[in-house]
Design a protein around this ligand. Structure first.
Ligand SMILES: [Cu+2]
Length: 117
């Protein structure tokens, strides 16, 4: 039913505006949350970016784009993606601030760093 009297039209418009504002806030929050996931790509026997800086509580996804299997294994034992075959990915959450060096356990010359602030 389409309202015709002016008061109802104003009320309906106000409600629509409030709904729009709420939607905008939800959108902004979603964008901020999305920024907290960082992707590290493994390609050509290298981690890229080699060094990332994230906020505590952030998730980091390691994606293997190589034909060869790789891992992202913390040198201090804090995390290990385990075997990542071609196209596989694994997400690790970093809750504690610090600097985490990691290597590929199959190819230890592959090195990367996650700095958690
Ligand atoms: Cu490797």
């Amino acid at each position: 039913m389409v309202p015709t009297d002016p008061e109802t039209i104003i009320m309906t418009t106000r409600r629509a505006l409030i709904a729009l504002s709420a939607a905008a806030v939800t959108c902004a929050a979603t964008l901020l949350m999305a920024a907290d996931t960082t992707t590290v790509t493994i390609d050509g026997f290298a981690f890229s970016p080699k060094k990332i800086v994230v906020k505590a509580g952030s998730a980091v996804t390691f994606v293997n784009r190589d034909g060869a299997p790789h891992t992202a294994t913390a040198t201090n034992g804090a995390f290990d993606t385990g075997n990542l075959g071609k196209g596989s990915e694994k997400t690790v959450t970093f809750d504690t601030p610090g600097t985490y060096g990691y290597i590929c356990s199959y190819h230890p010359s592959m090195k990367g760093t996650v700095v958690v602030e």
